[in-house]
Design a protein around this ligand. Sequence first.
Ligand code: TRP
Length: 464
Amino acid sequence: MLSNTAVADGGKRKSLHGHWSSKMAFILAVTGSAVGLGNVWKFPYVAGENGGGAFVLVYLACVILIGLPVMMSEILLGRRGRRNPVATMALLGEEEGSSRQWRWLGVLGVVAGILILSYYSVIAGWTLYYIVQSAGGAFQNATAADVGAVFDNFVGSWQAVLLCHTLFMALTVFVVARGVERGLEQAVRFMVPALLTLMVVLLGYAITSGSFAEGLAFMFTPDFSKLTWDSVLAAMGQAFFTLSIGMGAIMAYGAYLPEETSITGASGAVVTADTSIAILAGLVIFPLVFANGLNPGEGPGLVFQTLPLALGQMPAGAFFSTLFFVLLSFAAWTSALGLMEPAVAWLVEHHERTRAQAAVIIGGLIWFLGIGSVLSFNALSDFTFLNGTIFDNVDFLTSNVMLPLGGLIIAVFAGWIMCRNSSADELGGAGSLYKLWRVLTRYVAPVGILFVLLKAVGLLPDLS
Ligand code: TRP
């Protein structure tokens, strides 16, 4: 007891043991939402489309300079408000002497979650199909052409893609309706380490593929002449997407965080885990792309056309391939729950629906909107406007516009509206780490986001 009091004054050691499990539970929940298709599917294909090296560097800079401080801000706002994002922002806006209108950030998040899940579920449906194909041995000793044919045949059939999208949405609605996310979050405990292990095994294969050096060079040799403001925007959008930030989802998780938990430590752990998995995915995929004469700018099918190749060559390939796509589906599933939660919570709280009703209504709406993305890969693949297909546009609007905009609002609120005492209180005092966070949140993140957004839409002229 005596030593407890003594330590309590000097640091956080006091509750080290008692709170370990809740801190861990929080990290697992946030990691479960962050690690998903964004790491394994989206990162490699967007990096490939944007020329590799320079893009990866900008992405890493965005993760550290913008993503990390915004994630910390989201968690601290959530913990201070201790309500759903809409109510939290209204309350804090009032409390900090501003306005309740900050709640519109919550509304932006609800809409972003619905739109993201509408196409996320379609791609997650692809992973379900790949479980079945893997188990049936379709990739056993297959050539790049075989694997490509499986992909083209599947994605070319809107009926098959729609069926898988429907199945994945049903799985998501089922879990959300029953409110058993906690059970699923426990799955993250083994899923993330297992996914990581399997990726390391695949890395071993990629190293022996004969084109590892080429893959490495593609990912890490920056060629800034290839970098456009559009690809900088894509890198920033990817940072927001992969970390699940900018839409209040992490704010909602933060609402249940114990007072003693270090927000800085937890954010650091999540960002490290998420970034490692994305980089690992790139290190596996690009060597395979070059070893098999494929095109790194292939697009959304990239992962589905490369990984089955490697998995099919491994001993017990059908088993490992099945395991891999099961793990990836799980990762997508835990993310999907997070994407749907803001809308469901909002419907339950503001429109007096039961959780099950809300899940079915929102799930149905998302399923319907998803049909646009289903058809983007087949029947409507030629129907393009602005950024491309319907899928391309929904993706662009959410990742590259809505999430950065949400992040901007969060950073401005945490850095400028909230008084110094409040944020220092949440971040454990005004030490040097706090000062660093404050500079990043007040200046680097908002200015960076605004600059990239305006540059990419051509509202700021080039100097030369
Ligand atoms: N980060 C998730 C992924 O990488 C996708 C995602 C974006 C997300 N925003 C979210 C998941 C909000 C949960 C909540 O796949």
